[in-house]
Design a protein around this ligand. Structure first.
Ligand code: MLT
Length: 312
């Protein structure tokens, strides 16, 4: 392993296992990325990185917990687009995404997919549009609460389709997926990191991908935009954070270990299998994450307010 200056300078860190906080339930999309990442980062840091799921309020409880945690490099946080959308949805948050954290780097981008229980009558998106118009709020849409990307995607979908479903919130899309498999809910918009194995196994109905382009893992699967939802574009990005005030040498070492992890063959292969795209090297930096988050907060605020997507 190459010893870079940042790694050498931080030789006495970490001194004990590191907690990687995940804002959603175990077994779901964020958790899947976190566990692969923790494994690889732990090898570089020569300490165990322990994933801790702190669920609730669409990821905002975990963000508040991390913002208030001791800033010594032993608590880090993996979160997604929800870091940027939550401020527009909650009138009171115990943290400020732009002030309460140190930034370590961006991690992966993940497309979403629209899924339905195996026995929902529509067989494709076109049929689903007609079914949705006829059945409206009799359709149960699962999500992981306001601040979750499943909620964001589901809300944008209802707006675009001009329908209103009944939403059923869970502590993460892991449990939402269990409910969809168990036919307790009807529809779920979720990341490929959880849905791709189901799409391949054909044990759920699959109506399309949420990105403007088709994805390489599913070349024959049309996008929602292609099927009539012009301009529909939801892709989830993930970033790694630490509490504000975490020493620079710890942040640098965490960033170095993130960069090594993002090249580790086992991580690369797992992400490829799940449809997650590892971000380019330029995006694997604290500066890039900071700029990107600020741009995303600025982008989503007006959209969510205009579309009246909020909790309060
Ligand atoms: C999860 O990890 O459970 C999901 O990312 C939640 C979400 O939809 O944002």
């Amino acid at each position: 392993l190459l010893i870079t200056p940042a790694l050498a300078a931080a030789a006495d860190y970490p001194q004990r296992p590191i907690s990687l906080i995940v804002p959603f339930a175990a077994g779901g999309p964020t958790d899947v990325v976190a566990r692969s990442l923790a494994n690889e980062m732990g090898k570089v840091l020569k300490q165990t990185v322990v994933v801790e799921n702190r669920t609730g309020a669409g990821g905002t409880l975990a963000a508040g917990y991390v913002a208030a945690a001791k800033p010594d490099g032993h608590t880090i946080f993996l979160h997604h687009t929800g870091m940027a959308t939550a401020p527009a949805m909650y009138s009171k948050l115990r943290y400020d995404p732009l002030k309460s954290f140190e930034y370590i780097g961006e991690v992966v981008d993940v497309p979403m997919t629209l899924m339905a229980r195996a026995d929902l009558p529509p067989n494709n998106f076109k049929e689903f549009v007609d079914y949705a118009k006829a059945n409206g709020d009799k359709i149960n849409l699962a999500n992981a609460g306001p601040g979750a990307v499943s909620q964001l995607c589901g809300s944008l979908l209802q707006q675009a389709m001009g329908v209103k479903f009944t939403t059923v919130p869970f502590q993460g899309t892991g449990p939402a997926m269990t409910a969809l498999m168990g036919k307790q809910v009807d529809v779920l918009c979720d990341q490929t990191t959880q849905t791709l194995p189901h799409i391949k196994a054909k044990d759920l109905k699959f109506y399309g991908v949420t990105t403007p382009e088709r994805i390489k893992q599913l070349p024959d699967a049309p996008t929602l935009a292609e099927q009539g939802l012009k301009g529909f574009d939801v892709k989830v990005w993930h970033g790694l954070y630490a509490p504000k005030g975490t020493p620079k040498q710890a942040v640098d070492k965490l960033n170095e270990s993130l960069k090594v992890a993002l090249k580790a063959p086992a991580f690369v292969q797992r992400m490829e299998q799940l449809g997650a795209q590892i971000v380019s090297e330029e995006r694997q930096t604290p500066e890039s994450l900071q700029k990107w988050l600020a741009a995303e907060v600025a982008k989503w605020g007006p959209i969510l307010k205009a579309e009246n997507i909020s909790v309060n």
